[in-house]
Design a protein around this ligand. Sequence first.
Ligand code: A3P
Length: 302
Amino acid sequence: TCSWLKSMPTLYKYQDVWNTQEFVEGTILAQQNFKADPSDVFLCSLPKSGTTWLKALVFAIITRETFDVSTSPLLTTLPHHCLPNCLELGVERSNENYTNSRFLPIPTHIPYNSLPQSIIASNCKIVYIYRNMKDVLVSYYNFFREKDKIPVEDAPFEVAFDEFCHGISWCGPYWDHVLGYWRASLDRPEVILLLKYEDMKKDPTSNVKRLADFIGYPFTIKEEEEGVIENIIKLCSFENLKSLEVNKSGKLFGDHPDSTENRLFFRKAKDGDWENYFTHQMVEKIDKLIDDKLGATGLVLK
Ligand code: A3P
């Protein structure tokens, strides 16, 4: 159990990953029923790693000929609603979408080893975004604490820290999720692109170009000269999305009792916010853990 959370009192381990009953059932259904098309693209992530940003960027890249920065649905719609539902929540291919010709990419938090076999067999392209473990933990802690309206004093960070370090979190263990996609990207670099949240913040232009090339929507020289890439980066920036009315007041699933306020997807977007939460002992413990779990693999998180 996640002892400090109301919305996730019980987690179940399915194929080595902790998740809620709803997501485990959704994963099993996807594994049994989902038929991938070779042209499908998947946007994969561990929650709180920059999923919302990736969704916004991909949507803006794909629809840039239909919408400009003043007409984009991203100005009035949460990025999650611009793309199909998450794979584990049941993708509906008949969903209204914003492109006439091609189906939009499908987001998912399902770990690599649990993806439906047809995605791998069809050689579908996969984009995976990952972020350093400390900031993911702080983001995760604040997101669920605020979602459940738990005051800080009733949700000690130390408890969340300990559980996270034991691998117990939504889609955890963190290191297995990241390593699954990372290893796959080494074996199948032509179909799996890894993007690092921190790198995207540092150099959005090259990373957005890489992303557009990879998903099959490269920018022309003319577009580059006209500043299309910069416009997309601005449209999808944290500051812009956070300031939009829809992201200040809307809810992810409308009036559903478990619905999440859109604003919770836009907190600080700061690299290194973990420094405001971790004690020296925590830093030592988590650095050792990262070293134990990832050190020998060659995957560098910072
Ligand atoms: P913080 O909690 O550190 O602020 P996800 O979308 O996977 O749930 O991740 C949420 C994290 O991404 C939050 O981090 C959120 O603030 C940040 N985020 C949301 N939109 C962003 C954007 N457009 N650019 C950069 N970071 C963004």
